[in-house]
Design a protein around this ligand. Structure first.
Ligand SMILES: Cc1cc2nc3c(=O)[nH]c(=O)nc-3n(C[C@H](O)[C@H](O)[C@H](O)COP(=O)(O)OP(=O)(O)OC[C@H]3O[C@@H](n4cnc5c(N)ncnc54)[C@H](O)[C@@H]3O)c2cc1C
Length: 281
């Protein structure tokens, strides 16, 4: 039962988090809603990050679905951006943010989805994933100054970065440990077509190769070393090696996580193993 005293906290300000907050209001929830997001921006659409934001010759700015003001005025949702949820204590119904701020809730929805794997052991600048608006601006800026680009992982996002580099006439190396780009998603036949399209476009596609290490010089990435001895010079390395559920912050929370991948275990009604905490799939 909803009461006006209920505090709903939604963790993860992506599309799923936004829809959870909107749906709660549509369903008649009259309590307070707080939407917590690790990024400064309120929810926005991610596909343009690897498409229009990287397009040559235009400086597209990421558009949010709603402004902070619209969230507040139209939905009565308080947006707390730039806050990372770091722990959940269900017995006290408390959420910790950045290990220094805490937020009480009566009901909580987790919509933190996934974090993309960075390359272990490299804190050098010039190495990035492409998941957030901030990442996309870093990649675009490097492409615009014609950085030497190596992309690790020929999935959807990696392939789009390679295309964006080729659209500028730049050389780009696209690496994958698999025998074909996108093969796990689209299969052998379509993977072969993707490989042919990349090569026709001028991408230096190298498949079945493994990255051994990233080399840096004065804190900036300088090269990608492959197993077997090849070294590729690089000013920008974009890593697209897949994603893991963003649930590390829940490890001691009492919420049951799947032993294989750390995903949240929930029933068909989206309830987790602790009371009043739901998750978005
Ligand atoms: C570059 C790019 C291109 C894509 N292109 C396509 C496409 O063409 N077609 C397609 O179908 N899909 C595409 N996707 C995937 C699609 O965007 C996702 O399926 C969608 O973003 C999922 O929405 P979500 O809200 O569940 O998760 P997310 O958008 O990942 O949102 C989760 C939010 O939670 C935040 N968060 C995580 N941990 C915490 C924490 N501890 N505390 C606070 N906040 C936290 C994250 O910062 C993030 O903002 C693309 C994704 C990317 C990155």
């Amino acid at each position: 039962m909803n009461t006006s005293h209920d505090r709903l906290v939604v963790v993860g300000a992506g599309l799923a988090g936004l829809r959870a907050a909107e749906t709660a209001r549509l369903a008649g929830f009259t309590g307070s809603i707080t939407l917590v997001g690790a990024e400064e921006l309120p929810p926005y659409d991610r596909p343009p990050l690897s498409e229009s934001v990287l397009a040559v010759g235009v400086k597209t700015t990421v558009q949010t679905f709603r402004t902070v003001e619209q969230l507040s005025r139209k939905l009565g949702v308080e947006f707390l951006g730039g806050r990372q949820a770091t722990a959940l204590q269900f017995a006290r119904r408390t959420l910790e943010l950045d290990e220094r701020e805490s937020l009480c809730y009566d009901r909580q929805i987790i919509a933190t989805r996934a974090h993309h794997d960075r390359f272990e052991g490299s804190d050098a600048s010039g190495v990035t994933t492409l998941r957030t608006a901030a990442d996309a601006y870093i990649v675009r800026e490097a492409l615009d100054r014609r950085a030497r680009v190596v992309v690790i992982g020929a999935g959807l996002i990696g392939s789009e970065v390679a295309s964006a580099a080729r659209a500028r006439g730049m050389s780009v190396v696209l690496l994958d440990v698999q025998p074909l780009p996108l093969v796990r998603a689209v299969g052998l036949e379509a993977g072969r077509i993707c490989a042919a399209l990349q090569r026709q476009a001028g991408t230096d596609l190298r498949v079945g190769v493994e990255v051994e290490a990233l080399e840096s010089h004065r804190g900036h990435v300088a090269a990608v070393a492959l197993r077997g001895g090849t070294t590729l010079a690089a000013d920008l390395v974009v890593v697209d090696r897949g994603a893991q559920p963003a649930t590390r912050w829940l490890i001691d929370s009492g919420i049951m996580l799947h032993p294989n991948d750390g995903g949240i275990v929930c029933g068909p009604d989206l309830r987790t193993s602790v009371p009043d905490v739901l998750c978005m799939r």
